[in-house]
Design a protein around this ligand. Sequence first.
Ligand SMILES: [Mg+2]
Length: 222
Amino acid sequence: MFKAVLFDLDNTLLDFLTFKKETAKAAASTMIKQGLPTTEIQAYGKIFSVYDEKGIEYQKTFYEVVKQYDLEINLAEKIQQAGILAYLQRKAEVLRPYPMVKPTLKKLREKGLKLGIISDAPRNKAWQRLIITGLENEFDFVITHSDTQEFKPHPSAFTLALRKLDILPDAVLFVGDNPSRDIKGAKAVGMRTCLAKYGQTFKGSDISDYEIKKFEDLLGLI
Ligand SMILES: [Mg+2]
């Protein structure tokens, strides 16, 4: 009998990959209009090359892209800032929870379950994403990389969540899209695990107790 359900954030509660693709397209198109001497496809590719190299949370992506063209300093700044603004504008338009997330969370809470998040995102970005998607008041707690300075599957965030909940790990269900970070980490502290197949972008051997193809399928596990 579960007493709490904990979630990963990106690609589990919200469609992070679509958001990153759409914002990269918007930024590439805008930077070219402002004078970046390349094609949209190449600029898009360069944005994702920076994400691959530095991590998808890297905060100086557009600077790294523009720098490669060795432009005059004010032209470079104009293009970079236009890219950042296009990214932010598109972010507010495309960042959404997966279908049925909000009503499903409500039903879980009505069943008396505690709800929490364990995310590898920085604290400020996690809260921005929760506010944009309207999920900012749905959880008892939000643990981010800023709380522990460790990434999943390191046990620190999982054990911090167990201390907050004050319940035994096998009464906690952890839901995530990444087998080697979410599932492995939660399992190592004794939580039950559920792989969010709809958001899975990472390969890895799946050792989860359950799998869901749609978010609302969680209700069948509780
Ligand atoms: Mg994820």
